[in-house]
Write a protein that binds this ligand. Structure first.
Ligand SMILES: *Cc1c(COP(=O)(O)O)cnc(C)c1O
Length: 365
């Protein structure tokens, strides 16, 4: 039996999240026997010819789609974005150095907590006092020009805020946790020291972490680091110092190909902007709903909102689930509702959500 779209709900999960249907169908078709290999991708040696090609193609397609320049290495690691919270300072924060962190939500707090265990850190700005409803303005950043790097979270998955553009951090390497908006719109990778993301929101399944790192920064990785936590080792071995998540890398490659077929980051960015605008317009229409994030910091990926009458929120989420709109309950630390709409989330699902919101308001408003 072949699964078709008719069995599938609209999946608003914040992660692991919806994947492109053509990717799932291709993986299903080739699961039993990868063409020409006589075995499944899951059964292949990570050093076999067919897997060489899968890995090379995943990297080259990502490089093409996101215009990743030769100045940057592409690593497929494990341990999630959360392990990067430790690996980054281990590798990039030299003894006696200090790193700047911009705190715009829970993930940034977790990142700085790990860095503190390893070296000196400064909070260059935090929007916690306002309940993490926005990202800081350029003039609120207290940056140390001699910092080893500046770390920020590009999109705040839990609070539903996003940097509309990256701030100016001078010559200090900009290091970003882009787990929930990576490649959701065009990006000038050359401007970054490191871009990293757990794959399970915008790129593929959980268990792969994409790390795009400026090659000159690899020189900072000390040979005294634990081998598996050393970026230079992973770069030198082409992400195959040990056994990587072979199946995850395969799916990531299929997602990259899908992104290219959809028209690349330009087209995906335009679509994501359209999708988010439709839901925010409905949130703002009458006052029955209200958005969590400030208007100029609103995320195009995770839309957080409340009902004016918060006691109706559980009923909203339950009724939505019955209508095939799954995963709308907000994160426990914010409450309310959250619609996560990553690259693979279809516009038809956005229309269905807007229709549902209108109908719910008509009945309960
Ligand atoms: C989901 C998420 C994480 C955590 O990712 P793991 O891969 O589970 O470690 C970190 N940062 C951001 C911004 C996220 O959205």
């Amino acid at each position: 039996m072949t699964l078709t779209a008719t069995h599938r709900v609209f999946n608003f999960s914040s992660g692991p999240a919806v994947l492109p249907e053509p990717v799932l169908l291709e993986a299903q078709r080739d699961l039993f026997e990868f063409p020409g290999a006589g075995m499944s991708v899951m059964e292949m040696s990570h050093r076999s010819r067919p897997f060489d090609r899968i890995l090379e193609e995943a990297e080259s397609t990502l490089r093409e789609v996101a215009a990743i320049p030769d100045s940057h290495a592409v690593l497929f690691l494990q341990g999630g974005a959360s392990l990067q919270f430790s690996m980054l300072p281990m590798n990039l924060l030299p003894p006696g150095g200090s790193a700047d962190y911009v705190i715009t939500g829970v993930w940034g707090q977790k990142a700085i907590a790990e860095a503190r265990k390893l070296g000196a850190v400064r909070v260059a700005a935090s929007t916690e006092a306002g309940g993490f409803r926005r990202v800081p303005r350029q003039d609120e950043l207290d940056l140390d020009p001699s910092a080893a790097f500046v770390h920020l979270t590009t999109n705040n998955t839990i609070y539903g805020s996003q940097w509309p553009a990256m701030p100016d951090v001078g010559d200090v390497p900009l290091v970003v946790d882009a787990s929930s908006d990576i490649f959701s719109r065009p990006i000038d990778v050359a401007r970054y020291g490191v871009v990293y993301a757990g794959a399970q929101k915008n790129l593929g399944p959980s268990g792969v972490t994409l790390v795009v790192i400026r090659k000159d920064l690899l020189a900072r990785s000390s040979s005294s680091l634990p081998t598996m936590l050393n970026y230079a080792v992973h770069a030198e071995h082409g992400s195959r110092y040990n056994t990587p998540n072979t199946f995850g890398i395969y799916i990531l490659g299929l997602v990259a190909r899908w992104m290219r077929a959809e028209g690349g980051l330009e087209a995906l960015g335009a679509r994501n902007a359209r999708k988010a605008a439709a839901v925010y317009a409905e949130i703002d229409r009458t006052g029955f709903y209200r958005g969590h994030a400030d208007a100029d910091s609103r995320s195009l990926m995770n839309i957080t909102f409340r009902l004016r009458d918060e006691s109706l929120e559980d009923a909203f989420a339950q009724a939505a689930t019955r209508e095939g709109l799954d995963g709308l309950k907000g994160h426990r630390s914010v409450g309310g509702l959250r619609a996560s709409m990553y690259n693979a989330f279809p516009e038809s699902g956005v229309e269905a959500l807007v229709q549902f919101m209108r109908e719910f308001e008509r009945i309960h408003g």
